[in-house]
Design a protein around this ligand. Sequence first.
Ligand code: SF4
Ligand code: SF4
Length: 345
Amino acid sequence: MDYSKLLVEDIHSVTMATINNEGKPITRIIDLMLYDEEGIYFLTARGKSFYKELMDQEYISLTGLKGKVSFSLSGKVKNIGSHKLDEIFLKNTYMQSIYPEDTRKALDVFCLYEASGEYFDISDPAHIKRAPITINSKEHGTYYTITDRCIHCGKCETICPQRCIHNEVIDVSQCLHCGACLEICPVQAIEFKGVKKRRKEDVCLMNMCMIEDDKGHVLVQNKINDSYTGITFPGGHVEKEEIFKDAMIREVNEETGLTIKNPYLCGLYHWYKHSIHNIILVYKASEYEGFLHSSDEGDVYWIDKEDFLNQPLATGMEYVWDIVHKQHQECIMSNMGEHKRGDLF
Ligand code: SF4
Ligand code: SF4
């Protein structure tokens, strides 16, 4: 089957996904205009946010539907400017009404030149069909397979809703990807192959600084009006593209009125929440100047160092204390139901 021809000529309008400027998925209906051995072509106007997303990410996912058959592809796109623009307008004459005369100059053409995905047919629900599809890509999608750890118990064959396991071999062309076989296998002999490990993640960078004087005191902040309350050290968020050290000096100044010098990076305190990796860079400083004042974030004041661990501490501050005293350099927090636990490294 010529999937490119089918996508461009039969389906033509597909749902295409990118990531918007808030880091969230966004879809649009996009017409696929042309195809050749290089890839599949579509276009958009340079003024659209879709254009900016394509230029930034150079990657899309699309799904086209024809009856009960779907075609999905994910892959790399590149801007080829006005190359093929006239050919697209000749072949797709309705475009001449949307962009009459030379207003087409506002458009750039993109080529989906390396992609992989699958064809999925549920026309006969009891016997689904699926097959990998690619454009200039060596990837062959995801699939379930039985490894040589199999002890021949037969449980997977019995539970498979599509009856597509025979003699401990999965017919991948009929597999639903439901995962029931993997869950029931008593010896973890079934593997889901082809899933790439994600190397990028969303990160929120913050900082915190223990400031000490030469009389055995540390400066604390009693955090209020925040989801994070209790005794802590001053700190806040690192701004986009900000140098970490400058961010620490700025945050201390905003929250205490003091200007610290030479903050020393002691370690990292981090946790995951809502798919975001939150990382606090933990510093200490003993050189400072200026006059102490509190901010909306909470009162700041000096206490004896020995009393710190007896204070009503904000969550995890005992681990931060450990880090600033060089016992460990990293703490990862995890939720244990109501309780939070830190593991130190
Ligand atoms: S994933 Fe589901 S459909 Fe596929 S082989 Fe396993 S049980 Fe059958
Ligand atoms: S459930 Fe696991 S051990 Fe049993 S037949 Fe299937 S793959 Fe083999």
